[in-house]
Design a protein around this ligand. Sequence first.
Ligand code: DGL
Length: 273
Amino acid sequence: MLSSQNPIGIFDSGVGGLSVLREIRNLMPAENIVYFGDQGHVPYGPRSMEQIQNFSEGITRFLLSHKSKIIVVACNTASAAALKHLRATFPNVQFVGMEPAVKPAAEKTQTGKVGVLATSATFQGALYASVVERFGAGVELFQHTCPGLVNQIEMGELDSPKTRAILEDALLPMMDKNIDTVVLGCTHYPFVIPLVERIVGDTVRVIDPAPSVAKQVKRLLEAGGVLNQNGKDASVRFFTSGDSDLVKSLLPLLLGADGEVETVTWKNDREIQ
Ligand code: DGL
């Protein structure tokens, strides 16, 4: 039986999902959390659907072994490649995924021109195509995959010349096309919002979907009667399949707080030891 004390399981290819964890913590500070960053395989963006599905399945099993009451796929790439597969494989588990926030962007844009930053796997997936079909009518979308940006963020380079150059390559041509809204379609990117804002100036709105995802998680927990309203000393456990010292060193920068990070190893593409 799931209870309100069971943790929320969250995963991403790396530290990106921490931008979602941050919003979940703000909204539901009493919730226990288990976070998995697959630094052993980051970046997911250039990988095949099948591989991302296998990794996502293995991580879901891992988070369920830690008694997660809900799984947040805090990664647009994994959501695009694997959410359907996960729902079919684990029919009794509740999942919340990410999708590029084309809907609010289309509602808000005045110029009718919107930039979308996401990985190539996200743009290629059926999920993005369906979001564009459902919400993108009458809006011109300019897409960019920002090659290398995820790795920069994994190294904690939120404001280095190289990070700036990658973002300028993506954003300046969009600015020339008169965009007034940018959608961050990768959970790593909210960590460079200050830099994005310096590049695009204050006439361009930047949309991070993480706060709405946190609200959706809360709604589902409430509906399921497992929202933790009176827990004290909520625990957050961080796991990585990569270098735990590196991830630990990034937590103060990305979350404003320290934390312990535990290492796990992959046995094969679908199983974590
Ligand atoms: N945080 C990711 C996303 O939301 C992962 C990017 C990657 O690993 O390439 O898409």
